[in-house]
Design a protein around this ligand. Structure first.
Ligand SMILES: Nc1ncnc2c1ncn2[C@@H]1O[C@H](COP(=O)(O)OP(=O)(O)OP(=O)(O)O)[C@@H](O)[C@H]1O
Ligand SMILES: [Mg+2]
Length: 256
């Protein structure tokens, strides 16, 4: 049965989408069957792998808000070798419409993903930068959460809030939800700050922090504009090595 992992941190711009795309792709290149679910109205993961949906194509909005099943909305890509359920701005409307549902509004994504999880080894969900109903839906559907933490001031501040949300979702909707791991992003070895944040995060989360950390690497920011994961864009760069390392760690820790 496939493992569903949400990549979540309500703080904006910490590397969620970059991690979701490149972890999913890395897992795909390691021979796993992978589905990437774009669950952010910004649609950055969708655009980042070149799977753009214009206004009239089906997206994750139709999956969770209408009678469509995954088959109607997912696309199979070849490079990277993953499937994707795309998102676009219509998902922002879902966030508002869901509020009015009397029951089950937290379980809309879970209901649809549970039907197809057997087809995959890993399902990776890219979450939006907020703690609203979309994020709750992702955490309710997921088995575990990967938390990207950017190596900068106040890195841990938002994480405290996310941990409270995770606990709340555990109590109300998904008692089995676990923390898969914490990944340090945009690490810059030249700055004392990056080194200090890395030490602090490791002190706080101990062995839940991945040994692989993601360096600040310009190639990682260029790849999405070409609709490529880092592995097609420049497989030899430091960013690709780091995400390959992360994918390996995720596979290993799930073999145990
Ligand atoms: N390791 C890195 N090195 C250099 N640039 C990076 C790195 N990781 C992410 N970026 C860039 O930083 C910006 C924010 O990254 P990303 O979109 O992955 O964050 P996010 O948490 O998904 O943002 P949002 O909260 O808006 O969804 C992007 O322009 C991305 O290309
Ligand atoms: Mg994002």
């Amino acid at each position: 049965m496939g493992k569903i992992i949400a990549v979540s941190n309500q703080k904006g711009g910490v590397g969620k989408t970059t991690t979701a795309i490149n972890l999913a792709s890395g897992l795909g290149y390691l021979g796993n069957k992978v589905l990437l679910v774009d669950f952010d109205p910004q649609g950055n993961a969708t655009q980042g792998v070149g799977a753009n949906v214009s206004g009239n194509k089906l997206s994750v909005y139709n999956l969770i808000m209408e009678d469509y099943e995954a088959d109607a909305v997912r696309k199979t890509l070849s490079s990277p070798p993953i499937d994707i359920i795309p998102a676009n701005i219509s998902l922002a409307g879902a966030d508002l419409q869901m509020v009015k549902f009397e029951v089950g509004k937290e379980e809309l994504l879970k209901k649809k993903l549970d039907k197809i999880r057997d087809e995959y080894d890993f399902i990776i969900i890219d979450c939006p930068p907020s703690l609203g109903l979309l994020n709750t839906n992702a955490l309710t559907a997921a088995d575990s959460v990967i938390i990207p933490v950017q190596c900068e001031y106040y890195a841990l501040e938002g994480v405290t809030q996310l941990l409270l949300t995770i606990r709340l979702v555990q109590q109300l909707f998904n008692e089995k939800l676990m923390i898969e791991g914490v990944v340090l992003t945009m690490f810059d070895a030249r700055t004392k700050l990056s080194v200090e944040v890395q030490q602090e995060v490791r002190k706080h989360f101990k062995d839940r922090v991945y040994r692989s950390y993601i360096p600040r690497n310009i190639k990682l920011s260029e790849a999405p504009s070409r609709g490529m994961s880092i592995f097609e864009y420049d497989v030899r760069c430091e960013g690709a090595k780091a995400y390959a390392g992360l994918a390996n760690e995720v596979v290993k820790s799930n073999r145990k």
